[in-house]
Design a protein around this ligand. Structure first.
Ligand SMILES: CC(=O)N[C@H](C=O)[C@@H](O)[C@H](O)[C@H](O)CO
Ligand SMILES: CC(=O)C(=O)O
Length: 307
């Protein structure tokens, strides 16, 4: 297929939380209602599953497969995009997950850099990703750049050099870094059919201005409606209005950060704002301290009075 004829990834993509039961087992029952909440209440039509927010690295391969399959199945006819994150420390497991994602009907896959033995050069990281992508050659492949979490500091622009020849299915980057010069250089040096998804919700506006096609993030789970307004405002040329929404979200998140914002707090925020029951996180992430989420929800409602 001619890649330039493919549709680019645009709009908001929620990085989903993994629902757990009270016993700490994966809870597949919540996935259907979760998808309905995203589409009906947030206007979000894409998901990025088993990523950072989904605690992928704390899950077994078997659990990741169960989740990928259920998300893909329940998303059918409801969501435009299901991107399955397949990154692992073990190349063998990452390939197994990539092949599985293709089997269960994912729209795309992504992988972050391995972070125990870290690739020290762009070449080493490219070779690792090439192997992962080769296990699912028909699926669009995205590199998930998240240096603050992986500690892999290879600039994304260096990784992209010559990558299309090595990985024919390569289609772009989910860029969860704050280095906007690196991001800009990725975009300005890339073919037009690749998609760039920005992943730092606190500064999405800057990412969009730099040229992001869309966004992947955790806060789009419960604040998608506001970020949709931000994106439309920017599209219509109302930068001041877009900036107002971004500043409001920064206020909520900086307040949350003072209260120890992490996946545990974030998950509880989602529980309280959505009414879904996604449970607590899995260790080593600790459960949200009592009251923290409640205080953030209160702040959120003070700052955002619509949707
Ligand atoms: C480190 C991390 O989880 N980053 C997420 C995505 O990449 C973001 O969506 C953040 O959760 C969000 O920007 C809030 O800090
Ligand atoms: C936020 C994000 O993209 C992730 O959870 O992987």
């Amino acid at each position: 297929m001619d890649p330039s004829a493919e549709k680019k990834l645009t709009g908001l993509i929620a990085a989903t939380f993994t629902p757990f039961t009270a016993q700490g087992e994966v809870n597949l029952e919540e996935i259907g209602p979760y998808i309905d909440y995203l589409t009906e209440k947030q206007g979000v039509n894409g998901i990025f599953v088993n990523g950072t927010t989904g605690e992928s690295m704390s899950l077994s391969v078997a659990e990741r497969k169960l989740l990928a399959e259920e998300w893909c199945q329940k998303a059918k006819g409801k969501l435009d995009q299901v991107i399955v994150h397949v990154g692992c420390l073990s190349l063998k497991e990452a390939k197994e997950l990539a092949a599985h994602a293709a089997q269960v009907g994912a729209d795309a896959i992504a992988a972050m850099a391995p972070f125990f033995f870290k690739p020290r050069t762009a070449g080493a990281l490219r070779s690792f990703l090439q192997e992962v992508a080769s296990a699912a050659p028909t699926l669009p492949f995205f590199y998930y750049h998240i240096p603050a979490v992986t500690g892999v500091t290879v600039p994304a622009r260096d990784l992209l050099e010559g990558i299309q020849e090595l990985i024919p299915s390569f289609r772009g980057v989910k860029f969860s870094g704050t280095d906007l010069m690196d991001f800009g250089q990725c975009i300005s040096s890339s073919p037009p059919h690749w998609s760039f998804l920005y992943g730092v919700d606190e500064q999405l506006l800057a990412g969009l201005v730099m040229g992001a096609d869309g966004a992947v993030g955790s806060t789009y789970n419960y604040a998608g409606c506001h970020f949709n307004q931000l994106m439309s405002a920017l599209k219509d040329g109302h930068v001041d209005q877009a900036r107002k929404i971004q500043f409001k979200m920064q206020q909520v998140l900086s307040y949350a950060m003072k209260l120890g914002f992490d996946v545990g707090v974030n998950k509880q925020l989602m529980n309280e704002l959505s009414g879904l029951n996604l449970g607590a996180p899995r260790l080593p992430v600790t459960p949200c301290p009592p009251d923290a989420a409640g205080l953030i929800v209160k702040k959120y409602h003070q700052i955002f009075t619509d949707c």
